[in-house]
Write a protein that binds this ligand. Structure first.
Ligand SMILES: [Cu+2]
Length: 98
């Protein structure tokens, strides 16, 4: 019974691995306006990092730019821009690398 359950657990994980093998990490660069103090880029970064499939988010208040890497099967540049915009910092996509 124990072996059967273990096998079933491994088997059920197989599609997750398969999906992961085809998923790609992509990078989007966004222009983020409205950041006025040191807390703003932290809030922007936090909101991006909370999104499913987002790996990294680097936000620079001096250049008003955010660079976000994400899993293309889970997230889109448009959705990331929308999330940051909804937070109160209008974000526009300046570059999306494959
Ligand atoms: Cu601020």
């Amino acid at each position: 019974m124990g072996k059967t359950l273990l096998f079933a657990a491994l088997f059920s994980m197989a599609p997750v691995y398969a999906q992961h093998a085809f998923a790609q990490e992509k990078t989007v660069t966004l222009h983020v306006s409205g950041m006025t103090c040191g807390t703003c880029p932290i809030s922007v970064r936090h909101s991006a990092m909370q999104m499913k499939g987002v790996h990294t988010a680097i936000v620079n208040i001096d250049t008003a730019m955010a660079t976000v890497t994400y899993e293309d099967s889970e997230q889109s540049p448009q959705a990331i821009a929308q999330t940051i915009t909804k937070l109160g910092y209008p974000a526009t996509i300046t570059d999306a690398k494959q």
